[in-house]
Ligand binder design. Sequence first.
Ligand SMILES: CC(C)(COP(=O)(O)OP(=O)(O)OC[C@H]1O[C@@H](n2cnc3c(N)ncnc32)[C@H](O)[C@@H]1OP(=O)(O)O)[C@@H](O)C(=O)NCCC(=O)NCCS
Length: 178
Amino acid sequence: MPLGNLARKARYWICVRLFARCGKKVNIESHAFFHSGRRISIGDYSGIGMNAHLSGPVTIGDNVMMGQDVVILAHNHKFSRTDIPMCLQGLQPERPVRIGNDVWIGARVVILAGVKVGDGAILGAGAVIARDVPAWAVVIGNPARIIRFRRTSQPLARREAIQSIDGGRLSVLSQKGH
Ligand SMILES: CC(C)(COP(=O)(O)OP(=O)(O)OC[C@H]1O[C@@H](n2cnc3c(N)ncnc32)[C@H](O)[C@@H]1OP(=O)(O)O)[C@@H](O)C(=O)NCCC(=O)NCCS
């Protein structure tokens, strides 16, 4: 067996024991970093990309693909006081990140605390995800914005979802490909 495959199997073997849940056929790429595996849950046939940095709690569904250098952060520093340095103020309460099924997370995507990513979504390379992403949306940029939906069967629900989930901060820029 080639060395790369052996190392991959070893990483999976370790993560099955470390993670809260590690589904079947999960692919953990090299140099993935996570503070505590106990707060990471990942479904069947999903992957954690090369050089990923996961600061839990993070829940990842089934069939999720992840590019290189992805950062997922479920916490922020406190910064409300101005009379003492921020580094002495501690951390805000953690806000879990939830990623649905069949999501493609491009290279160098940053996902911030409390974000929910719906099933079937694509997060384009380099996107910064500060707000929830509706199911089937394709988003790009910083801050992430929707460029289209992969499914068009529920246009009304789609609009409503955008308004209610992220207060209109994500907007449909183009209907290209519909
Ligand atoms: C998001 C993505 C899937 C979109 O693919 P697509 O639907 O074929 O999009 P297009 O190439 O038609 O681009 C549509 C527009 O968005 C822009 N765009 C596409 N991806 C972008 C990105 N990641 N960031 C910023 N802008 C992007 C294009 O420049 C284009 O702009 P224009 O209409 O002004 O010319 C793809 O561009 C992407 O980012 N893939 C991730 C690749 C990756 O990270 N792989 C890692 C290994 S898994």
